[in-house]
Design a protein. Structure first.
Length: 273
């Protein structure tokens, strides 16, 4: 099946569970996925040529339509024919353009990563939606995020009613995200600059944990801080080898199971570990 990402990234192919994944490689935090951005602003138009709010609202709706279509096309890999109505709703409401630099703002609602500075990017919206849906966040859930970035994923979780604790290792990014989330009114997000590999013991255990950078293994401190019955979603794998979006589930008796969802590419999880 010919698809959007195959058209956008024709040279990229991925394999999962020994078979071709319809030519897609999901992009999280990888600057190589940004090469296709040149000149796209001419194709998608500019928010400054019309009423900005109307432009962004329409662009968000087109984005969630794309996400819904991709969810259906990847159901064999994810086990999900569609994402929850709650996740789709918040993806249509959170202003992604507020979480990207001004010079790429007119690309904010394209389904691809964008640079946010310091060698980092904001993840592809499909991946944000998928990871969020896999967590099965409920109102009042306590969620740990490792890798704040620009704060977009934290905002998505907060809109779902979660109490979010998010850690960023790059201090300038962490400070900017803190200020941005406060300005946009996300009072249920608590930020911190630090090494997320070790979690946030003071607020553990967590109902859910989301990791937005790839480690070669699932960090044991995070598994320990996951509540029995909880879920963690993280990219796992070496930087230049295949990485898999991985679901970690802890049973009520403390047992842990892992399941590969689909191949991805994220920047490495950094820190003292």
């Amino acid at each position: 099946m010919q698809n959007r990402l195959a058209k956008s990234f024709p040279s990229i192919r991925a394999r999962g569970r020994g078979r071709r994944l319809t030519g897609w490689l999901w992009c999280g935090f990888d600057s190589r996925c940004l090469l296709v951005l040149a000149g796209l602003s001419l194709a998608v138009g500019s928010p400054f040529t019309a009423n900005a709010q109307e432009y962004y609202a329409k662009a968000r709706q087109e984005l969630v339509d794309t996400i819904a279509s991709m969810a259906a096309e990847t159901q064999r890999e994810t086990g999900r024919k569609a994402f929850s109505e709650a996740v789709i709703k918040v993806m249509a409401e959170v202003p992604r353009h507020e979480f990207v630099p001004e010079n790429v703002r007119d690309l904010a609602y394209r389904n691809r990563p964008l640079p946010i500075g310091y060698g980092q990017t904001i993840s592809q919206p499909y991946i944000v939606a998928l990871m969020t849906d896999l967590l099965d966040v409920q109102i009042g859930s306590k969620v740990l995020e490792v890798g704040t970035g620009s704060g977009y994923q934290a905002a998505i979780l907060a809109e779902l009613g979660a109490k979010v604790f998010t850690i960023e290792i790059i201090e300038p990014l962490g400070q900017l995200a803190k200020e941005r989330l406060k300005r946009l009114g996300y009072g249920n997000v608590k930020t911190r600059v630090g090494d997320g590999y070790y979690g946030w013991k003071e607020h553990a255990p967590f109902d859910a944990i989301i990791v937005t950078a790839a480690a070669s293994h699932v960090p044991p401190p995070l598994v320990r801080q996951l509540k029995p019955g909880g879920r963690m979603v993280a990219p796992v794998g070496e930087r230049f080898l295949v990485q898999y979006l991985t679901m970690v589930e802890k049973s009520v008796d403390g047992g842990v199971t892992l399941r590969h969802i689909l191949p991805v590419r994220f920047v490495p999880l950094t820190g003292g570990h």
